[in-house]
Design a protein around this ligand. Structure first.
Ligand code: MN
Length: 325
């Protein structure tokens, strides 16, 4: 029997209706979709008179603190002591592998909600929809078809953040009719796109812009013009007065160059470990490259950790990328 996204959504709705106490989490280094989808779901569950709260393993930048409910999200290393017994479900938003949560959620009543290719289906319920522009939009489908809670302004803003950030503010190829239909519903419910854009796109920290400047000085494009790499050595963070969250988005600058098909940012973790973020234009699948090193993501945006120093990782990565572009 094949499970369609909507039959899985029905199972999720039944689980919510039957229960009363829920935990919500997402991946490490949570982004706009992680937090927006989780906080949107939290508000819908609370509207049904049930308890839901969100916790994540890592902190997040001040822009995302503008999402309604973000100040209530607990950033903590461990699940509550009463997990799993006291909970009817834990929702793992946007996590293709269970390890991405940074928590020991298994064994437990896990509801896996995600739109990434290659999701490992580790949940008791796996609500997966590869066509969804964002996981927040999947929460909207769950609500529209099954929960039927009126979406208030705060919920709309949280879900709009998920949609806008995952589509690159309606620029990427996941900016489908579905994405605009979701946007229409959220704007009708009170989300103000200009406000969200101001606090996401135009409230960078000084450290993040200084860090971007340092990384841009390392920009290297292969002779064929197709692969751009940048490096982020450990010293850059201190020199720029930046935090780890300030590295977000830097990799996109390489992809924005005319003719470049793949951009990679190589981050020095220590002298034996390099973290790689990759972004691709359509036609190139960086997820396939990330998976060679145990990483994941999707075709256009993926990441992995390479067990070697930065310089060696760069040479190895470029040679692999040259074979696929
Ligand atoms: Mn997403």
């Amino acid at each position: 029997m094949t499970t369609t996204p909507d039959t899985a959504a029905l199972e999720v709705a039944e689980r919510i209706r039957a229960g009363r106490n829920f935990l919500i989490t997402s991946h490490r280094n949570p982004d706009g979709d992680a937090l927006g989808s989780g906080l949107g779901l939290q508000r819908l569950i609370r509207h049904l008179g049930k308890n839901a709260r969100m916790q994540v393993r890592d902190g997040f930048g001040h822009a995302l603190h503008n999402i309604p409910g973000a100040s209530e999200v607990s950033v903590t290393d461990a699940l509550p002591a009463d997990y799993p017994n006291a909970y009817d479900a834990i929702f793992t938003m946007e996590c293709p592998e269970v390890e991405r949560t940074g928590y020991q959620v298994l064994p437990g009543p896990v509801v896996n909600i995600d739109h990434h290719l290659g999701n490992k289906m580790y949940g008791e319920i796996n609500y997966l929809d590869l066509e969804a522009p964002s996981v927040g939009e999947m929460v909207m489908q769950l609500n529209r078809n099954h929960l039927r809670v009126p979406i208030d302004r705060e919920t709309a803003v949280a879900l709009y953040v998920s949609l806008a950030t995952d589509t690159g503010f309606f620029r990427y190829h996941n900016t489908t009719l579905r994405a605009f239909e979701a946007a229409e519903e959220l704007v009708r419910a009170g989300a103000v796109p200009g406000d969200v854009s101001l606090w996401i796109n135009e409230s960078n920290s000084r450290g993040s812009i200084k860090l971007l400047g340092l990384c841009l000085t390392t920009l290297d494009v292969t002779p064929d013009g197709k692969i751009a790499t940048m490096q982020l050595s450990k010293a850059f963070l201190a020199d720029a007065g930046a935090t780890p969250e300030d590295t977000e988005g830097i990799v996109n600058y390489g992809r924005s160059i005319d003719g470049v098909l793949v951009s990679a940012l190589l981050k020095e973790i220590d002298d034996k470990t390099t973290r790689v973020s990759m972004r691709a234009k359509p036609g190139v699948d960086v997820q396939a490259v990330a998976s060679m090193f145990g990483g994941g993501g999707h075709k256009a945006a993926s990441g992995c950790t390479m067990p070697m120093p930065l310089t060696q990782a760069k040479a190895k990565l470029v040679s692999i990328l040259q074979e696929i572009v």
